[in-house]
Design a protein around this ligand. Structure first.
Ligand SMILES: Cc1cc2nc3c(=O)[nH]c(=O)nc-3n(C[C@H](O)[C@H](O)[C@H](O)COP(=O)(O)OP(=O)(O)OC[C@H]3O[C@@H](n4cnc5c(N)ncnc54)[C@H](O)[C@@H]3O)c2cc1C
Length: 241
């Protein structure tokens, strides 16, 4: 039943994704389906009636009524520690959505697509890479994922599958420590790294950038400096510094 756009969802599975993140599969009866890149609002209600609402991107897309979220714990946060540590299969969460019509990818475009993620910002970009793989459009897509260390990478398996089976060109950037045998530099994404790992501006890609607010602003500014048209850069800010 829908009340004010809210549906009752039931958690059906939780899977550890990294030491601080979990993938939650939530069945939502009546779910209308979603496009790749959309998000939902999740509402929690405490016994005393206090409510908290936060947005979470969908790592899934399409018609199925079981949706997938991936939540990274923000230390001392109000909602994310509960979703990462305490939620169990069978628990109920209220879900509103799908939401967002701008940070969305649909098959059929002609321009190449560049995905750039920082941390948990990879979630909607995984949905987009999955949709492109299923549509046979992976070869026009590149994904650059900036993450602290290899073990902090959410959806590593899905990303590697999109690279191997889907033809998406995947590049990694480690900001704290690289895995053994890593040849490339370690550190924050800079202009050189973006130039090397992304479609050049001359190819006029549509660029999707997602992650913590500071990451998104840093990358979007660099892309404009490198010659990308601001109108072709789509951003989704997850909050924080
Ligand atoms: C459209 C959208 C999609 C999102 N998708 C996801 C997703 O797929 N996975 C995911 O894990 N999160 C996602 N977020 C972030 C999420 O909505 C929450 O902000 C996050 O889980 C923190 O909530 P909290 O209640 O635990 O922290 P709060 O109690 O709200 O905040 C605690 C402190 O942490 C800071 N903070 C808030 N958000 C962040 C952040 N993202 N990074 C660092 N510091 C932060 C706050 O400024 C505050 O100081 C998304 C946000 C938006 C707007």
């Amino acid at each position: 039943m829908t009340v004010g756009g809210w549906r009752e969802g039931r958690v059906v599975e939780t899977v550890a994704a990294t030491p601080s993140a979990r993938v939650l599969r939530v069945q939502v009866p009546g779910w209308p389906g979603s496009a790749a890149g959309q998000h939902v609002d999740i509402r929690l209600t405490a016994e005393d009636g206090y409510q908290a609402v936060r947005s979470y991107s969908l790592g899934s897309y399409g018609e199925a009524d079981t949706i997938e979220l991936a939540v990274d714990e923000v230390p001392d946060g109000e909602v994310s520690p509960y979703l990462v540590r305490d939620v169990r299969p069978g628990d109920e969460l209220e879900v509103k959505g799908p939401l967002g019509g701008y940070f969305v990818w649909r098959p059929g475009g002609v321009a190449p697509v560049q995905l750039i993620a920082g941390g948990s910002g990879v979630v909607p970009l995984v949905a987009i890479a999955r949709a492109a793989t299923d549509a046979g459009a992976g070869a026009s897509m590149r994904l650059l994922y900036s993450v602290r260390t290899a073990e902090d990478a959410i959806y590593r398996d899905a990303i590697e599958r999109a690279g191997q089976d889907g033809g998406v060109e995947v590049s990694w950037r480690y900001t704290r420590a690289a895995p053994d045998g890593w040849q490339g530099p370690v550190g924050r994404l800079d202009d050189d790294a973006l130039r090397e790992a992304t479609w050049p501006p001359q190819r006029e890609p549509v660029v999707y950038v997602c992650g913590p607010t500071g990451f998104v602003e840093h990358v979007a500014d660099a892309l404009v400096r490198l010659g990308h048209a601001p109108s072709r850069i789509r951003t989704e800010r997850f909050g924080g510094a």
